[in-house]
Design a protein. Structure first.
Length: 123
């Protein structure tokens, strides 16, 4: 990976989505609750990068801002589901992996929040 792109939100969100997929695959056949939470975390965790990508290809500044807001909401939602997964003790074997994902989700949310605030100030 290009070191200059290491902190790029889009790149980080993509790598985050890959890690979410790996986590969800470990939860297969862990029960109904795990299945429900896994689906939610998969949906919200992978939509962060998708919304950032859409923002970059938006047709207007308003589109860009709206998609970044959706990405921010998805990052916050993902943290919620990951924290619920951690605290429910459904996935005891993945505690460290979940902890790392929560930290990254929070970092992505901070990055996106700063971008949204900057856009708001420039308006």
């Amino acid at each position: 990976m290009n070191p200059e792109r290491k902190n790029n939100a889009k790149e980080r969100a993509y790598r985050f989505a890959l890690e979410i997929i790996k986590l969800v695959q470990t939860l297969e056949k862990a029960g109904v609750a795990a299945d429900v939470i896994a689906r939610q975390v998969m949906r919200s965790g992978t939509s962060i990068g998708a919304n950032i990508t859409e923002a970059h290809y938006g047709s207007s500044r308003k589109d860009f801002s709206n998609f970044l807001r959706h990405a921010l909401k998805s990052a916050r939602e993902t943290s919620f589901w990951l924290e619920l997964l951690r605290d429910s003790k459904i996935s005891i074997g993945q505690r460290n992996q979940i902890r790392v994902l929560i930290l990254e989700s929070d970092e992505l949310a901070k990055m996106l929040s700063a971008s949204v605030l900057t856009l708001k100030r420039e308006k």
